[in-house]
Design a protein around this ligand. Structure first.
Ligand SMILES: *Cc1c(COP(=O)(O)O)cnc(C)c1O
Length: 462
């Protein structure tokens, strides 16, 4: 659906005046930029105000595992909406929440079969943090400190921010976050991770009895810049936690639902965490909903009356609309064998990113590349020659975005990709793709072609 000129103007004016955008320096943004105006979406494509299409390279911040507006999920949502939009889970249950929990338990790793619902990745983590602290307190341990990985990202609530290891996100809240020890992660591609592991071992040998949990993004750290670390490292950390009575919390918000080619990234390390958090792909990116999944042993520590119960919940816990969609997501995964389709896409992604590293032109700015599952990333080298100081853009010229917030090599690749019909929002100097797991191969080839041409166009300028 295309917008008329007055409709477009009204939307942009209202946004400019009233919308505070996430992760955005608003003064600079309002002075220089106009947002893309999206009016629809279909499969891997976003549809813009003028009817043009952009292939969504990052799956809308990694949530869109089955593409946009998948018809089966939309139909499940419509059916559920006619029957029951919402009711609290307070002494009440309903088919979507009950049956989803059963179906999630069936696909969750190992003995994880107790499902606590919340709203998004951050609240799933928040629930895991509180669960861990109370679990230990009620098991007779004084364990209230947390371990997390350097470069970790676990969301935006204060608990999740405390766990975070991305300095720019944490810094403004340094005075209010709780005590977390960040442990090293082996550099991507470095097979010898003994020294990283040794550091964690020393911390736990000295103070192991103080730690409630180690929270990890298994194998792939998204916000850190799509960094991969060895599965064997996670396996060793898991064994170490077990020896020291530290709970392992797997944040599968991004990696779950097949992103790395297995339903859960934990499987790649042969690890069964004590607590697993899922969001993003949990509803195929259609509605916000999350779950914190644990085992009977953890739940048992909460037995013994109201004084020992987990007194935690959100208004929309188990929301029937989102739960109905989440059930349909699992049905699509089963019936359309979504995860089984990942290796073919991984091959194409890997070949493309490896070419970027080798090609004489693109390798001028490509420092390193990696690919696993439905994720490919390239670390780029910034260069002063790439600085642009463009005019204040209009919607039609958003590809002339200028300095500051959108400075840097990643944004120059973004501009080039935008011109060629792809949305390729970078993470600093890291250009990456996280398309839907079921993206048709022809669309994937098109996206990869745009990535390659865009990096080449930027590299040719240095
Ligand atoms: C996105 C993300 C979160 C936070 O999820 P929200 O739904 O944005 O709150 C937490 N952990 C990881 C690994 C994520 O990628």
């Amino acid at each position: 659906m295309s917008l008329t000129r007055p409709e477009l103007t009204a939307i942009l004016a209202a946004d400019r005046k009233h919308v505070w955008h996430p992760y955005t320096p608003m003064d600079e943004w309002r002075a220089r930029h106009d947002p893309l105006v999206v009016t629809g979406a279909e499969g891997p494509y976003l549809i813009l105000h003028d009817g043009s299409r952009l292939i969504d390279g990052n799956g809308s911040w990694w949530v869109s595992t089955l593409g946009h507006n998948p018809q089966r999920l939309v139909a499940a949502l419509e059916t559920q909406a006619r029957a029951l939009c919402h009711v609290s889970l307070a002494g009440i249950t309903h088919a979507p929440a009950a049956l989803l929990a059963e179906e999630l338990a069936a696909v969750a790793p190992g003995d994880l079969d107790q499902v606590f619902y919340s709203d998004d990745g951050s609240t799933a983590i928040e629930a895991a943090v509180k669960m861990s602290v109370q679990y230990h307190a009620q098991s007779g341990h004084r364990r209230s400190r947390f371990l997390a990985l350097e470069g970790a990202f676990h969301g935006e609530t204060i608990g999740a921010t405390s766990l975070g290891g991305v300095e720019v996100f944490r810094r403004p809240f340094a005075s209010v976050v709780f005590d977390v020890v960040h442990v090293p992660v082996p550099e991507p591609g470095v097979p010898d991770w003994d020294s990283a592991f040794g550091a964690v071992e020393r911390i736990l040998e000295a103070d192991g009895g103080q730690f409630a949990a180690l929270v990890v993004e298994p194998i792939l750290q998204g916000a850190a810049g799509m960094r991969l670390y060895p599965a064997a490292y996670l396996a060793e950390l898991s064994a170490l936690c077990r020896r020291h009575g530290v709970l392992l919390v797997a944040d599968e918000v991004f990696t779950g639902y097949g992103r790395l080619g297995t339903m859960w990234a934990s499987e790649l390390a042969g690890v069964v965490p004590d607590i697993l958090c899922t969001a993003k792909g949990f509803t195929g990116g259609v509605l916000p909903m999350a779950a914190t999944v644990t085992n009977q042993r953890v739940l048992d520590a909460f037995s013994g009356g109201r004084g020992r119960a987990f007194l935690y919940g959100h208004s929309y816990c188990g929301n029937p609309l989102a739960a109905a969609v989440a059930r349909e997501v699992l049905a699509v995964y089963r019936e359309e064998r979504v995860v089984e389709g990942v290796p073919e896409r991984e091959r194409a992604i890997r070949e493309c990113f490896e070419r970027l590293a080798k090609d004489p032109v693109t390798s001028r700015i490509v420092l390193g590349v990696r690919a696993q599952g439905c994720m490919g990333a390239a670390d780029l080298r910034d260069d002063p020659r790439l600085a642009v100081d463009g005019p204040v853009p209009t919607v039609e010229t958003t590809d002339d975005l200028g300095s500051g917030y959108t400075a840097g090599v990643g944004w120059r690749v973004y501009d080039e990709a935008r011109r060629r019909g792809a949305y390729l929002r970078p993470l600093g100097d890291v250009v990456y793709i996280t398309p839907p797991l079921n993206i048709p191969m022809a669309d994937l080839e098109r996206l990869l072609g745009i990535v390659e041409e865009s990096v080449r166009a930027v590299a040719a300028r240095v």
